[in-house]
Ligand binder design. Structure first.
Ligand SMILES: [Zn+2]
Ligand SMILES: [Zn+2]
Length: 185
């Protein structure tokens, strides 16, 4: 797993609160947390109530980091991420499991929440230095608390998901229709 996919874990965690129109908070209970990490081999066993608590706190901290990025406040975003990097250090280990060539695992020790936090913070740091802070944003759809990392060529992304993009386009269309209907009367 490369560091970019660790950054994706950060986005996934913030968006687990239930982004626009999608079903509820995945961190409401342990089953939700299990679903959140089901596809990640290094995280998907042995989750506990402590992990749930810790990841809720981490979610709030990561959300604040994205909000600083979206506001263009690089100093604040860097301070927040630096605090997370100190609090949740990575522990790189060479691994050759399942007949794979030797590769580095960054977060093999500690609880599920420890591993999640260390990977997410390190992934974000690498992503941010690669892409620039303006690529990190908060969803513009009304009522959505989702976030995204814009990896597209055009730097045009504004929504956390296709669902939010479609919703926002639809409500803009409705507003335009209402506007033109009003001007006819
Ligand atoms: Zn591996
Ligand atoms: Zn959204």
């Amino acid at each position: 797993m490369d560091l970019n996919s660790y950054a994706e874990l950060a986005v996934r965690l913030v968006n687990s609160a239930g982004t626009g129109g999608r079903d509820g908070d995945l961190l409401a209970n342990l089953d939700g947390l299990r679903a959140l990490v089901a596809d990640r081999q290094h995280l998907n066993h042995g989750v506990t109530r402590n992990d749930l608590q810790a990841l809720r706190a981490l979610r709030a901290e990561l959300g604040a980091f994205f909000a600083s990025c979206a506001a263009g406040d690089g100093e604040d975003a860097a301070d927040r991420l630096n605090a997370l990097l100190i609090q949740h250090p990575v522990h790189p280990q060479l691994s050759g499991h399942d007949g794979q060539p030797w590769h580095v695992h960054y977060t093999d020790s500690g609880s599920v929440a420890d591993k999640y936090a260390a990977g997410a913070a390190m992934g974000l740091a690498v992503r941010l230095t690669d892409l620039g802070i303006e690529r990190f944003g908060s969803c513009q759809a009304p009522g959505c608390t989702g976030v995204y990392i814009d990896t597209g060529a055009g730097k045009t992304r504004r929504y956390c998901s296709e669902l939010c993009m479609n919703r926002a386009n639809l409500s803009a269309l409705c507003a335009a229709r209402r506007g033109s209907a009003a001007s006819l009367t």
